[in-house]
Design a protein around this ligand. Structure first.
Ligand SMILES: Nc1nc2c(ncn2[C@@H]2O[C@H](COP(=O)(O)OP(=O)(O)OP(=O)(O)O)[C@@H](O)[C@H]2O)c(=O)[nH]1
Ligand SMILES: [Mg+2]
Length: 383
C-alpha cells in the first residue's frame, strides 16, 4: 500500500519538530531554543515503524515576509507533487499544530493554513494542540479550536482535535506533565490515511485541471486578439480560410496543454476540428447569417474583426472542452464524429447569439484590443 505523507504546519515555536521526534521515537528533527534550531526548510522524515512519512515545515512567523516565505515553501512543495508526480510530496493528511499554552487561535493562523495548503482542498486535517500540559484546560482548548474552525471553509476537513504533550514538561522537582496523546495521534492518522491518500490524488487532479483551464483561457485570449487583428484588415467577409493558420496554431497549442500527443489519431482529431471551424458547412452558414443581420451600424473592418475574433474564440473554447473530455478519459481521439458535432452545434446554435452580444458592445471607434476583450468577456461568460 502507498505510504501516506503527513504535513506538519503551524506557527513558529509551537512544537512541530518536537512532535515529529516524539512520533518517530528519535531525535531527527532539529528543535529550537531561542533563535537556534528553528526549522528553515521543508524536510521529510520516516522510519520503518511508523507507516507514514512526516514533513516538517517552516513555522508561520509574525513578520510579513517570513510569513510569505513559509506559505510559499509549502505551495512550492505541493506544486512539485502535481508537476513531477513525486509520490513523497503528495500530502495525504495535515497536522495543524496550535499552542496549548497560548489559549488563543487567531483567524489569521487558520488563513495561513488554508493559503499554504490550498491545493489540498479535501485532505483531512488533524489539529494537534501542542504543549497541552494543563489537563483542565484541554476541553476548553478543543472547544476553542472547533469554534475557530466552524467559521472557515476548510472546517469540512477537520477530522479530529488532539491535545498532546510531546516531551516531559518539568514544573519543579516533583511536578511534571508526562508525554501524552502521541499514540492517539498515530492511530487517528492511520485511520484517516486511506481516505487522505485518495483525497490527495483527487486534489492533484483537480489542481492540474484548473491549471490547464487557466492556461487555455489565457492562450485563447491571446489568439483571439491575433484573429481580431487579421480580421480587421479589409478582406472579403466570407473568407474564413484566412484565419486557418491562426486556428491551427491555437488548436495544436491547446492539444499540447491537455497532453494530447502527436499520434496519427490525434492528427486526425485535430484536423477534423479545424476543418469544421474554417471551411465546414456550419462555419460558412454562420458567416452568411452574420452578413444578413439587418441594420448593423458598424463598418466592415470592425465587423470583420468581430467575426474573426469570435471564430477563433469559439474554436478555441470548444476544442479546449473536447481535449478536456479526452484528457479526463470520458472520450477518446477516435470519437471524431462526436467532436465534429459539438463544434458544429456551437457554431449553429450559440455563436450567433454571442456575436450579436459582442456587436451590441463594440462601437465604430473600438480598437483591436478592446474588441478582443469584449469577445473574451462574452464568450467566457459563465452559464
Ligand atoms: N517540554 C516540552 N517542550 C516542548 C514541547 N513541545 C515543544 N516544546 C518546546 O518548544 C520549543 C519549540 O519547539 P519546536 O519543536 O522547535 O517548535 P517548531 O514548531 O518546530 O518551531 P519552528 O521550527 O521555529 O517553526 C522547544 O524549546 C521545545 O523544546 C513539549 O511537548 N514539551
Ligand atoms: Mg521546527
Amino acid at each position: 500500500m502507498e505510504k501516506g505523507n503527513v504535513l506538519v504546519i503551524g506557527n513558529s515555536g509551537v512544537g512541530k519538530s518536537t512532535l515529529i521526534n516524539a512520533v518517530l521515537g528519535e531525535n531527527v528533527a532539529e528543535t529550537s531554543w531561542g533563535n537556534t534550531g528553528t526549522t528553515k526548510e521543508l524536510k521529510i522524515y520516516e522510519n520503518d515503524e511508523v507507516p507514514f512519512r512526516i514533513i516538517d515545515t517552516v513555522g508561520f512567523e509574525p513578520s510579513f515576509v517570513k510569513e510569505l516565505r513559509a506559505i510559499n515553501a509549502v505551495k512550492k512543495w505541493s506544486k512539485d507533487a502535481a508537476k513531477n508526480g513525486e509520490n513523497d510530496k503528495k500530502i495525504s493528511t495535515i497536522w495543524f499544530c496550535v499552542d496549548g499554552t497560548s489559549r488563543k487561535l487567531f483567524a489569521k493562523t487558520i488563513k495561513d493554513l488554508s493559503s499554504a495548503t490550498k491545493m489540498w482542498e479535501s485532505v483531512p486535517i488533524i489539529v494537534v494542540i501542542t504543549k497541552s500540559y494543563s489537563v483542565p484546560e484541554r476541553k476548553e482548548n478543543i472547544q476553542m479550536v472547533q469554534n475557530a474552525f466552524a467559521k472557515q471553509k476548510i472546517s469540512k476537513n477537520l477530522h479530529e482535535v488532539i491535545p498532546v504533550v510531546a516531551s516531559t514538561y518539568v514544573l519543579n522537582d516533583t511536578a511534571f506533565a508526562a508525554p501524552e496523546g502521541i499514540a492517539e495521534l498515530i492511530d487517528t492518522t492511520n485511520n484517516c490515511l486511506p481516505e487522505g491518500i485518495k483525497a490527495a490524488d483527487r486534489d492533484i487532479n483537480t489542481y492540474k485541471l484548473k491549471r490547464k483551464n487557466v492556461l487555455s483561457q489565457s492562450l485563447i485570449g491571446t489568439v483571439t486578439t491575433a484573429g481580431v487583428v487579421v480580421g480587421a484588415i479589409p478582406i472579403p467577409l466570407a473568407d474564413a480560410a484566412i484565419l486557418t493558420p491562426i486556428e491551427i496554431a491555437e488548436v495544436n497549442a491547446l492539444a499540447g496543454i491537455y497532453e494530447i500527443g502527436k499520434s496519427e489519431n490525434s492528427k486526425n482529431f485535430i484536423n477534423s476540428i479545424i476543418e469544421v471551424g474554417t471551411v465546414g458547412a456550419a462555419a460558412k452558414a454562420l458567416i452568411s447569417a452574420i452578413k444578413a443581420i439587418p441594420g448593423i451600424n458598424i463598418a466592415g473592418a470592425v465587423l470583420n474583426a468581430v467575426i474573426a475574433g469570435s471564430f477563433v474564440c469559439t474554436i478555441g473554447e470548444t476544442s479546449r472542452y473536447l481535449f478536456e473530455q479526452v484528457y479526463l478519459g470520458k472520450k477518446t481521439l477516435d470519437d471524431i464524429d462526436w467532436a465534429k458535432k459539438i463544434l458544429e452545434s456551437k457554431l449553429a446554435n450559440e455563436t450567433m447569439d454571442k456575436i450579436n452580444k459582442v456587436i451590441e458592445q463594440v462601437s465604430q471607434n473600438s480598437d483591436n484590443k478592446s474588441i478582443a476583450e469584449i469577445i473574451a468577456k462574452v464568450f467566457f461568460e459563465k452559464g
